[in-house]
Write a protein that binds this ligand. Structure first.
Ligand code: C5P
Ligand code: MG
Length: 190
């Protein structure tokens, strides 16, 4: 089974590319951001708590996000492949995921890291904010905070997976189709 982490800063194109990989390989798309926005839309207690963090461009606490993944573990352990989009976002989340997968005799296959320069990220997120209605895409200050949080808390995952020999950088600039082809070709080599 394939367990692929689609990695990169906010605006790198994880959601777009995850969907294309899922269409191609028929894997399960697991977007914690989408799950959290679903909880907010459904006005659940979890959603109410998470909204404060998301609107500020901060991370939702590890226990909450890890708990959402735990709830899905039976599916995660039985489908032919999973694309993790926006998760794990901290080393603690990565270790929790590694442990959950070990329990069902699975493991992360690769971390595919979309590499996109800072100014391009801000540009893309501001454009997305005009149509997505996402509160966290609406202003430059929140966007910059998300990129800073990514650098502090999420980027260290590159080290974690490099040590495991699972880090694969992918050029994240170009047309959506070009980037998708790069990803699909990489996955075929794994
Ligand atoms: O992954 P995505 O960019 O859609 O996530 C949107 C927001 O959801 C993040 O900026 C963050 O506030 C929150 N989030 C989180 N932890 C995750 C995934 C998303 O805190 N693992
Ligand atoms: Mg996303």
């Amino acid at each position: 089974m394939m367990h692929l982490i689609l990695f990169g800063p906010p605006g790198a194109g994880k959601g777009t590319q995850a969907q294309l990989l899922v269409d191609h390989f028929k894997f399960l798309h697991l977007s914690t951001g989408d799950l959290l926005r679903g909880e907010i839309a459904a006005k659940t207690e979890l959603g109410l708590q998470a909204k404060k963090f998301i609107d500020a461009g901060e991370l939702v606490p590890d226990e909450t996000v890890i708990g959402m993944i735990k709830n899905l573990i039976d599916r995660i352990c039985t489908v032919p492949g999973v694309i993790y989009d926006g998760f794990p976002r901290t080393v603690a989340q990565a270790i929790a995921l590694d442990n959950m997968l070990t329990e069902c005799k699975e493991g992360i296959t690769a971390l595919l890291s979309l590499e996109v320069p800072h100014d391009e990220l801000v540009k893309r997120l501001l454009i997305r904010g005009e149509s997505s209605g996402r509160t966290d895409d609406a202003d430059v200050a929140t966007i910059e905070n998300r990129i800073t949080v990514y650098g502090e808390k999420t980027q260290p995952l590159i080290n974690h997976y490099t040590q495991l020999g699972k880090y694969h950088p992918i050029e994240g600039v170009g047309s959506i189709e070009e980037i998708s082809t790069r990803l699909i070709n990489k996955v075929k080599t794994l």
